[in-house]
Design a protein around this ligand. Structure first.
Ligand code: FES
Length: 172
């Protein structure tokens, strides 16, 4: 068993963390000249540093590039690569493809949801795990499958879920 209850989409940064985050953001921005063509590279770098694009970063990036916050927010939400809320450190992907579905993929997903206490698209409150579903991971012969970070687990059973989750946690 791992954790319960999900991070809400409305989660905000704790104020005591913001000072540190602002310092790190200033460092990130200092590597750029302030040209609006740098928007995507800056968003990518911010996500690399923080693990997501915090709301305060959108405001600071907008000021830095002389763009409106709406513009920056629009770009950050347009591209799926950018996450606007904190995401779990270990990414768990459960396959929902046809081959996995007919071999009990739904049971695997339910077990993962139960053990992590979250639904697809959510992260655990301690940000250890994020849960996603995928259409096919390309290992249909091993169905049902799931992936924890870069490790693929095939011929999954509900009993093997706990082991896969804990291995993923140690693997990072
Ligand atoms: S359908 Fe699950 S791996 Fe292809």
């Amino acid at each position: 068993m791992v954790n319960t209850s999900a991070v809400q989409d409305t989660q905000v940064l704790e104020p005591e963390h913001e000072a540190t985050f602002e310092g790190r953001l200033s460092e990130v921005l200092s590597a750029y000249s302030g040209n609006e063509s740098e928007l995507i590279p800056i968003l990518q770098k911010v996500q690399q540093v923080f693990g997501y694009v915090p709301e305060f970063a959108i405001k600071e990036i907008a000021k830095f590039l002389h763009l409106s916050e709406v513009n920056v927010f629009g770009v950050a939400t347009f591209y799926a690569q950018f996450k606007l809320v904190p995401t779990g450190r270990n990414i768990v992907r459960v396959c929902r493809g046809t081959a996995c579905h007919v071999r009990g993929g739904a049971r695997i997903l339910r077990e993962v949801e139960k053990q992590l206490g979250i639904k697809p698209g959510e992260s655990t409150p301690d940000l250890e795990y994020a849960l996603e579903t995928v259409a096919c991971i390309g290992a249909c012969a091993l169905a049902p499958t799931m992936v924890v970070n870069s490790d693929t687990y095939g011929q999954m059973t509900t009993k093997k879920v706990s082991e896969a989750l804990n291995r993923g946690d140690q693997g990072e």
